[in-house]
Design a protein around this ligand. Structure first.
Ligand code: TUI
Length: 302
């Protein structure tokens, strides 16, 4: 049996990406009901909001789901406390080292799957007791590392013995087969799930993903040390201009504040941060999560 399906008690080894704002209880429950593992993204939300989302997901599914904790959030400690109380099946982490939380999460019986972007971090997480690692390549949306999925995945597979979930660039069953060929036990998918019926993001955001072409998912913030991939628009051009002019860290960061909210809630496609991976160009329609999941495993032996 597939190691991820066995570990998590799910039908298909596909984890939904922990997209801040986008990954609500509705999306997470739909992915879990479709046989994958849905994640509620805590993003920068405070603990009580995350608690409500977990409770809501429980009304929408009986299947296991998880919470993605974004470690750069000022609320990360508080969110971890909520997670320890609510005990979702899984905690995935992003944008940092979850080492200091590992013992408490394990003691609460929660499976821990850190997102990592390097071999060294993968090894460290295995040693710290992680149940699996999510190896995310630079094709992914949002905050990203340097290495491509193609080179990161096999190196992580060789370096650790816990299951490896490969992330970044996956849009259809060709990708799933490639991930298995690289030695991964499963895949994580974000961008294609933005274009699901159950995702409650503004339709302008979904349409921007549907319209995206091969080179439209661009990176900003390389100079400030927190590179982020999002669809090219007025905001990303403004970022580039400030970075080129050598603007201060504060000035550049200020531009992005509230950007995800503007994209997700207001449908502001000009000044909103339309975070998405390079696979956006391969997403062509809005459909239910269960259909998306089946499509990822069309002709694939699990
Ligand atoms: O975390 C993500 N993607 C994200 S987080 C996010 S919110 C945000 N918004 C604006 C600026 C920055 C963040 C949007 N998208 N993906 C998982 C991921 N984790 N990618 C890379 C990493 C990572 C990086 C460094 C994981 C561990 C790590 O360790 C550093 C260390 O502590 O040694």
């Amino acid at each position: 049996m597939n190691r991820i399906c066995e570990l998590l008690g799910i039908e298909y080894p596909i984890i939904q990406g922990g997209m801040a704002w986008v990954a609500t209880a509705e999306l997470a429950a739909a992915v879990s009901n479709g046989g994958g593992l849905g994640l509620i993204a805590a993003g920068s939300a405070p603990g009580d909001v995350v608690r409500e989302q977990i409770k809501k997901a429980r009304t929408l599914t009986d299947k296991p789901f998880g919470v993605n904790v974004m470690l750069m959030s000022p609320n990360a400690d508080e969110v971890m406390q909520v997670v320890l109380e609510e005990k979702p099946a899984v905690v995935a982490t992003g944008a940092g080292n979850p080492g200091k939380y590992m013992e408490a999460l394990k003691a609460a019986g929660i499976k821990v799957m850190p997102v990592i972007a390097s071999v060294a971090m993968a090894k460290r997480m295995e040693k710290a007791g992680a149940d699996a690692v999510i190896a995310e390549g630079t094709e992914a949306g949002g905050h990203i590392g340097e290495l491509t999925t193609m080179v990161l995945t096999p190196q992580v597979v060789d370096a650790v013995s816990i299951p490896v979930i490969s992330a970044g660039g996956y849009a259809d069953s060709r990708g799933t087969k490639a991930a298995f060929a690289l030695g991964a036990d499963g895949i994580q998918v974000g961008t294609r799930f933005i274009c699901s019926t159950e995702c409650i993001a503004h339709e302008n955001y979904k349409n921007a993903v549907l319209k995206a072409k091969d080179r439209d998912a661009v990176v900003t913030g390389r100079t400030t040390g927190a590179p982020v991939r999002a669809l090219k628009n007025k905001l990303t051009k403004e970022y580039n201009r400030l970075e080129k002019e050598g603007a201060s860290f504060e000035e550049i960061e200020a531009l992005g504040v509230g950007g995800l909210r503007r994209a997700f809630m207001d449908g502001d496609t000009e000044m909103g941060s339309l975070m998405a991976g390079q696979s956006a160009a391969m997403v062509h329609k809005i459909e239910p999560c269960s259909d998306i999941i089946k499509d990822f495993f069309k002709g694939v032996e699990i």
